[in-house]
Design a protein around this ligand. Structure first.
Ligand code: TRP
Ligand code: SF4
Length: 496
């Protein structure tokens, strides 16, 4: 089995967005619109980075859950299809935090202090105390977000490229320290640069939620019209010449109008041959035409709230499956003790905590009774974890319907002889009682029986199996030689 069974033949792409609440057109043209295209060609994972919101807004979380839902709603309205991509919430996949922690062990502080957004954001938000551990580490959380899914591509805007570069460096460093079967655990993902066309807010500043100058993806047609009509333009006077590049309305044309209309308004604007009022009316038309199907999907979702819930639940499942694949490789590569391994150890220890056959057995002549005395304690222990249902004498059925043959024999001259019924079974359990009346159990899985059953010695009464003590423990004698069976001692995996 590979450690990567969720991988498809398509290249994998992953990206995330902070839950800023209802998305604006800048978020849409700068990212979401591109994601919608990618889901046709890539194996996509898109998530709401709710933990990232805490790195700056740790002191006000009252809107966090609502904002997260709004963003998922916008994802769906914009056309992301939960059948074609995993749409999920970061905090639902705890492995992001686990991988972040492990990366924090190998990431030099200097790498994080050097990330440009660290100083920039602190300067941009002078009233906010950002001297926090989480804030310094957030590009490393993003690194974990990405590498957890081992994607080929990360579609992001230019402002994120330093973070993807850090991601690649951390992947390289991890791979240097830890390997899994001599192979690196992480690929170095590529940035898939999303070209983000310039889009000014209605007041000519950068479009931003906090400036209150945004057109929202979820705005109704009338609201879009109001906002565009009230926009500041690049031509204060009718006779001024302007430039669509410097005008929020012009920007909207550049993004949402067809070539013909764009060249019409560009000419009209730069030559002062149209009015801004005319230009705005055309922009309203173009933007609303583009947003109409998005609005329609949003209205349909409002009628069907189960869809958002299902999307989030199903997305978490898909993401967790992929994340667990990676984390299991990561834990093994680092060399952490697996809980599953402890359970196996415990099962083996319990098995070898020798079962003692009652002393009274020496006086028992009846073969069935001897068998009962030897197997009863073993069966009782096994049944706690692997219930066996009685089928016929010496034959049991596992929970999954496997047929198990159970036989017991006492040691004589370093040899055990078992006489089996010549009927097909899937699993063979041999209980070997030694001189001190301790039992050893060998659970031979179907694979072994298929290979050797036919070759075993037969006499008139059934199939004869002989175990012999040797320098490497006990082995089984077949017509063709010895079969090592020590590895099946106390290994109950075949009894599932
Ligand atoms: N830091 C990104 C932003 O501010 C959001 C983000 C978090 C992200 N984790 C990510 C983007 C992983 C891409 C991949 O926009
Ligand atoms: Fe803006 Fe259009 Fe007026 Fe030019 S004509 S300034 S693009 S609104």
């Amino acid at each position: 089995m590979t450690d990567h069974p969720t991988k498809t033949s398509r290249p994998r792409a992953l990206s995330g967005m902070r839950p800023t609440g209802k998305l604006h057109l800048g978020n849409y043209v700068g990212a979401l619109q591109n994601w919608v295209k990618l889901q046709n060609t890539h194996d996509c994972f898109f998530f709401v980075a709710d933990w990232h919101a805490l790195t700056t807004d740790y002191d006000n979380t009252s809107q966090l859950a609502d904002n997260t839902l709004e963003v998922v709603l916008d994802f769906l309205a914009a056309g992301l299809d939960p059948e074609r991509c995993a749409i999920f919430v970061q905090s639902h996949v705890r492995e992001h935090a686990e991988l972040h922690l492990l990366f924090s062990m190998i990431t030099p502080l200097g790498w994080l202090e050097r990330v440009p957004s660290f100083k920039e954001q602190q300067q941009q938000m002078p009233n906010k105390d950002l001297h926090m551990y989480g804030f310094l580490g957030y590009p490393l959380l993003q690194t974990a977000d990405i590498l957890l899914y081992r994607p080929d591509f990360v579609p992001v805007g230019e402002d994120q490229s330093a973070h993807i570069e850090l991601t690649r460096e951390v992947a390289r460093r991890f791979n240097q320290f830890y390997k899994l079967n001599d192979k690196p655990v992480f690929p170095e993902p590529q940035t898939l640069l999303t070209p983000s066309p310039k889009l000014l807010g209605t007041d000519k500043r950068k479009m931003s939620k906090s400036y209150g100058n945004s057109i929202l993806l979820s705005d109704e047609a009338a609201a879009v019209e109001q906002k565009i009509k009230n926009s500041v333009t690049d031509r204060p006077k009718l006779t001024d010449r302007g430039s669509p590049d410097r005008c929020p309305v012009g920007n909207l044309h550049q993004i949402f109008s067809d070539k013909e209309r764009l060249s019409h308004i560009t000419q009209g604007c730069t030559q002062a041959t149209i009015t801004c009022v005319e230009c705005k009316a055309l922009a309203v038309e173009s933007v609303n035409a583009h947003l109409a199907p998005i609005r329609e999907r949003r209205h349909a979702l409002a009628q069907n709230p189960g869809k958002v819930r299902q999307t989030i639940q199903h997305g978490a499942q898909k993401a967790i499956a992929a994340a667990e694949e990676t984390m299991s490789a990561v834990r093994d590569a680092i060399g952490l003790l697996r809980l599953g391994a402890v359970a196996e150890l415990a099962a083996r220890e319990e098995a070898t905590a020798a079962i003692k056959v009652p002393e009274a057995i020496t006086s028992v002549k009846n073969e069935d009774e001897r068998w009962e005395m030897r197997t009863s304690e073993w069966l009782e222990r096994i049944n706690r974890t692997y219930p066996l249902k009685k089928d016929r004498p010496r034959t049991f059925i596992t929970r999954r319907g496997r047929k198990v043959g159970l036989y017991a024999a006492a040691e004589e001259n370093e040899t055990w002889k078992f006489l089996l019924e010549d009927r097909p079974i899937n699993v063979l359990v041999l209980l070997a009682q030694d001189k001190d009346r301790n039992l050893r159990d060998y659970v031979l899985p179907p694979k072994i029986l298929q290979e050797h059953w036919k070759k075993l010695a037969r006499n008139g009464d059934g199939v004869e199996i002989v175990l012999k003590r040797g320098p490497n423990g006990i082995s089984l004698q077949t017509g063709e030689g010895e079969l090592a069976i020590e590895q099946y001692a106390g290994d109950y995996s075949a009894l599932q």
